[in-house]
Design a protein around this ligand. Structure first.
Ligand code: DAT
Ligand code: MG
Length: 149
């Protein structure tokens, strides 16, 4: 079953949007298999955003992600990687449509509230970066037959 890595960034935690974000993923029908609140080290932030290390915003991004706690999660379900990106919306909250998390709650690209893996391979890499295998829980919600045909 497909899994993706989702992180509520420091702005999302500070703005009390943790419950709202989890609610959207839960009510969509995805299954939570990992969850923790943590302060991110510079090392982890730099590894997570390694693909952007040459970009001008990289230092500010690492500074931001390490400035206050984040909520790291793993969600599971059919097509969850692409679907989570749709729930999250575009990188720039101003051009992200209403109904998306960034479109509904954000204004600035550097305060876009939430991260979601952009591909299945990226998701596997990010999950391994943020979670140990023991921190991920395999379980079967009793509602599964009411969500999946
Ligand atoms: P996404 O988070 O939608 O996958 P991304 O991978 O291109 O977007 O960039 C990672 C994060 O870096 C993004 O969520 C916010 C920040 N960022 C991207 N482009 C930026 C820019 N032009 N100025 C400031 N921050 C930027
Ligand atoms: Mg990205």
């Amino acid at each position: 079953m497909e899994r993706t890595f989702i992180m509520i960034k420091p702005d999302g935690v500070q703005r009390n949007l943790v419950g709202e974000v989890i609610r959207r993923f839960e009510t969509k029908g995805f299954k939570l298999v990992g969850l923790k609140l943590l302060s991110v080290s510079k090392e982890l932030a730099a590894k997570h955003y390694d693909v952007h290390k040459e970009r001008p915003f990289f230092a500010g991004l690492v500074q931001f992600i390490t400035s206050s706690p984040v909520v790291a999660m793993v969600w599971e379900g059919d097509g969850v990687v692409a679907s989570a990106r749709n729930l999250i919306g575009a990188t720039n909250p101003l051009t992200s449509p209403p109904g998306t998390i960034r479109g509904d709650f954000g204004v600035s690209i550097g305060r876009n509230l939430i991260h979601g893996s952009d591909a299945i391979e990226t998701a596997q890499h990010e999950i391994a970066l943020w979670f140990t295998p023991e921190e991920l829980v395999s379980w079967e919600p009793t509602i599964t037959p009411w969500v999946y045909e």
